[in-house]
Design a protein around this ligand. Structure first.
Ligand code: PMP
Length: 354
């Protein structure tokens, strides 16, 4: 039986994508070759890369003349240092909204002065700080749009007159925002885009080339842009599966349509968390993420009973991150509404029998 998969990442992808990807492992588009054995310089793969790049730009509504899409390796974690390498001259401003932001800050400090504008660490990152201003004397402002571990999401991005860098790993392609506000967007593929192994970077070309330091080739956005994301062997299979997922997203009606579905899932989930007297939400209501809903049992004695109900219902990956505990329902684009209903039913069953 197919499980209801609430994993935080790697996570659920569309079933159709799994089918097409497995077919391509055996025989890519009737070529007599597997996607795993073709050259990254072959016509077939160059077309796949171009299509993935075009679809990413289309979904983000970013103009091709200004932005370049890269599929790199090293995960979002590599982007913590790579973005700083390319944009930090002397000083940058960071918003600290969770463990991933903190890791980005740690890396940036290797290259310059970091001004942490605000932090929600005082409350174990259960909210998004709001009363701060982005200074004008910094090289860039960095934020994390969705905090996967804590279940918070930035709804309104602050005014910024400097380049903005955003770690969008866990909510890219899930909601419509003005993506042109950002100069560098990066995201590990393994949530809304594809399997682990590729990292999407959307970079505004005009913000590059402004730092004095020498940048190692593999960390230099300009080098990767100059080779259209083919400076070295790209992660061929993850790029292919990302292309399939971006195609699937288009068939679903694009980001706008998926956002409406994501809202329905999140609303239903939070409604039950707030209604059910046995549970309590972790994140502040106004900052709740539509991607990752974090919640706890009020009485830990019910833990094994609840978890048995989840197992019986075929639910996978609902356990919270160790730094928050409790539960985390990751409701990425490919998760069907029915899976959310299954968890809600388990919560209601627990209430009935508690
Ligand atoms: N940023 C965020 C918001 C994440 O959720 C994650 C991983 N879950 C990362 C960064 C790190 O990504 P990676 O493992 O691809 O380096």
């Amino acid at each position: 039986m197919k499980k209801h998969n609430f994993s935080a990442g790697p996570c659920i992808l569309p079933q159709e994508v799994f089918q097409k990807a497995s077919q391509a492992v055996l025989n890519l588009d009737d070529s007599g070759l597997s996607i795993l054995e073709i050259s990254h310089r072959s016509k077939a793969f160059v077309e796949i890369m171009e299509k993935a790049q075009d679809l990413a730009l289309e979904h983000l509504k970013l103009p091709k003349e200004e932005y370049q899409i890269l599929f790199l390796q090293g995960g979002a974690s590599m982007q913590f240092i790579m973005s700083a390498f390319n944009l930090m001259q002397t000083k940058a401003a960071y918003l600290d909204t969770g463990s991933w932001s903190a890791k980005a800050i740690k890396e940036a400090k290797l290259l310059g002065e970091v001004n942490v504008l605000a932090s929600s660490k005082d409350k174990n990152y259960n909210y998004i700080p709001k009363n701060f201003q982005v200074p004008t004397d910094v090289d860039y402002f960095h934020c994390t749009s969705n905090n996967t571990i804590f279940g918070t999401q930035i709804k309104d991005f602050p005014k910024a007159n400097v380049p903005v860098v955003c770690d969008m790993s866990s909510d890219i392609f899930s909601r419509e925002i003005d993506f042109s506000y950002f100069d560098v967007i990066y995201a590990g593929a393994q949530k809304n885009m594809g399997p682990a192994g590729a990292t999407l970077v959307a970079v505004k070309k005009s913000c590059l080339g402004k730092v004095d330091r020498k940048i190692p080739s593999m960390l230099d956005y300009q080098v990767h842009c100059g080779k259209d994301s083919m400076f070295n062997t790209p992660p061929v299979f993850p790029v292919y599966v990302s292309m399939l997922t971006l195609e699937w997203l288009k068939e679903q009606g694009g980001v706008k349509a998926i956002e409406a579905k994501n809202k329905m899932k999140a609303d239903a989930m939070y409604l039950e968390i707030d209604r059910n007297p046995l549970f309590t939400g972790f994140a502040e209501k106004e900052d709740r993420s539509d991607m990752n809903a974090t919640f706890n049992l009020k009485d830990e004695a019910l833990k094994s009973k609840f978890e048995s109900l989840l197992v019986e219902a075929g639910v996978n990956g609902l356990n919270g991150h160790r730094s928050v505990g409790g539960y985390r329902a990751s409701m990425y684009n490919a998760l069907p509404f029915e899976s959310v209903q299954v968890v809600i039913e388990a919560m209601q069953e627990l209430e009935k029998n508690a």
